[in-house]
Design a protein around this ligand. Structure first.
Ligand SMILES: Cc1ncc(COP(=O)(O)O)c(C=O)c1O
Length: 462
């Protein structure tokens, strides 16, 4: 098998696009517009790192991806990998989902941007759909997910001043420690000095007593809490925490801002992670998978009591909000999520994944945690998560170390039963290889699973 794929990718892209209704008929199929030279993963990597073009990356693993489909990505050498990163929940629908791709291409050929102050036909259609699906009055588009949380805080402050009559200079927001977002993001993530300023108070995550105390302060207008803290290590709070947060926010007349950027849209086995406890936040931030893995789109859902108050117009967090291309994609992504029952898939295969990996709880693995297909394996302190991820990569599976000893396992939700078992086998074999008692445990585990016993040892798939 040849590893070289020297042909021009533009040709492939054009022919793929032409298969959707001849939209790009004008473009030559053997276009000489772009001359492509196939480069190696090493070159991809070196160009980014050694030449200093990149700004900052989190612990990159050395491979250069140049193609993707469904649960797979391929590197420039043509090696195929299961994608257990899913671009941090961006590709819940799988890479290049054909329905979303088609919607994107058709809309791009029709109307991409409309200008303020005009509406487009798609804007209203999306707003109606998203507000009805999640049962909120209004949608506010934001520039990025980060800006989404920031904008939600501003909306809450606006409300706190207008409705709760808190003096502007005293308005305060309570934030759970380990949150992905923060005005001083790194100090908040790692909980190190310098402490955050600007009327934010940090309290421990999953601690209702601390929340009760902090929210009782009359100058607090909002509490920001993720239903599961993905970036902090897939921290799943105790049962009843989300209900407790809802009750405390109501009791103290404080708005609950739920950041569902990573946990929302099927990832945890329900449409939203807050659905696990059937509670409704006051402000809900969505993004990532709303893009269908194609085109970034994010925003906030909330009711009129918050959204109808006059907003500052000059804020950098709100988006122009007139983006028919993004909205068409998001509409299709939401429909695919429901029609293909991706949340149910996440729930079913997430249970299987955790159940199988829990059989390995021994020396090398301290715990397995998560919900749906948002999971983490916590390794023994002596085992380096990045090394394990490198071994997984060699076996054809890409996963992300989220701290020195924790690996996140979050494949696209379109994964099938055969595929999840194949991945479990890869993960088990790599994890067991780093366990001193691994050999005998592996045999035991294989006997327990008739399916696994039939699988051949994994080699990278070319
Ligand atoms: C839960 C959550 N919210 C917000 C953000 C900010 O997203 P972005 O950096 O894509 O704007 C992140 C980023 O990882 C996140 O995980």
């Amino acid at each position: 098998m040849s590893l070289s794929r020297g042909s021009c990718t533009l040709r492939a892209a054009v022919s793929k696009l032409n298969s959707f209704g001849k939209i790009f008929e004008g473009l030559p199929s053997n276009s000489s517009l772009v001359s492509c030279r196939q480069i190696s993963s090493q070159e991809v990597f070196e160009r980014e790192l050694e030449h200093g073009y990149e700004t900052h990356r989190f612990q990159p693993l050395e491979n250069g991806i140049n193609r993707s489909s469904g649960v797979f990505v391929w590197d420039t050498e043509g090696r195929r990998y299961y994608d257990f990163v899913s671009s941090d929940s961006m590709v819940n629908h799988g890479h290049c989902h054909p329905r979303i791709f088609k919607a994107m291409v058709e809309q791009a050929a029709k109307l991409t941007y409309s200008s303020q102050p005009f509406y487009s036909d798609v804007t209203g259609e999306f707003e109606e759909h998203v507000t009805q699906l999640f049962k909120y009055d209004k949608w506010l588009p934001t520039v990025t997910e980060m800006a989404g949380v920031k904008a939600a805080c501003k909306l809450a402050k606006n409300w706190g001043h207008a409705v709760k009559e808190i003096e502007s200079s005293k308005l305060k927001i309570v934030l759970a420690e380990g949150s992905s977002w923060g005005p001083y993001r790194r100090p908040i993530n790692s909980n190190v000095n310098p402490p955050i300023t600007g009327n934010f108070e940090l309290i421990p995550y999953d601690d209702l007593t601390a929340a009760d105390e902090a929210l009782a302060d009359p100058s607090v207008c909002a509490f920001v809490a993720e239903p599961i803290q993905s970036e902090a290590g897939v921290l799943v709070p105790k049962d009843g925490y989300l209900k407790g947060v809802r009750e405390l926010c109501t009791k103290h007349n404080v708005l609950w801002i739920a950041d569902e950027v990573q946990t929302g849209l099927g990832r945890t086995g329900m449409r939203l992670a807050v659905d696990h406890e059937q509670v409704k936040p006051d402000l809900l931030i969505l993004g990532r998978a709303l893009s269908g893995g194609m085109y970034p789109i994010s925003g906030i859902l909330a009711n009129d009591s918050i959204m109808s108050l006059e907003l500052p117009h000059d804020d950098e967090s709100w988006s122009r909000g007139v983006d028919p291309l993004g909205y068409r994609i998001a509409l299709e992504a939401l429909q695919v999520l429901e029609e293909e029952k991706l949340a149910e898939n996440a729930s079913k295969f997430g249970n299987i994944l955790r159940e199988e990996l829990e059989k390995l709880l021994k020396q090398s693995i301290k715990s397995v945690r998560g919900k749906g297909l948002l999971n983490a394996v916590v390794l023994d302190d002596s085992i380096d998560a990045t090394n394990v991820c490198c071994q997984l990569k060699d076996e054809g599976l890409l996963a992300k170390p989220i701290d020195d000893h924790t690996i996140r396992l979050a494949p696209p939700l379109v994964i099938t039963e055969d595929q999840i078992y194949e991945c479990i086998d890869i993960i088990k074999s790599v994890l067991l290889a780093s366990d001193p008692e691994g050999g005998s445990l592996f045999v035991e585990a294989c006997y327990e699973s008739a399916f696994l016993a039939t699988l051949k040892p994994q080699t990278p798939i070319l």
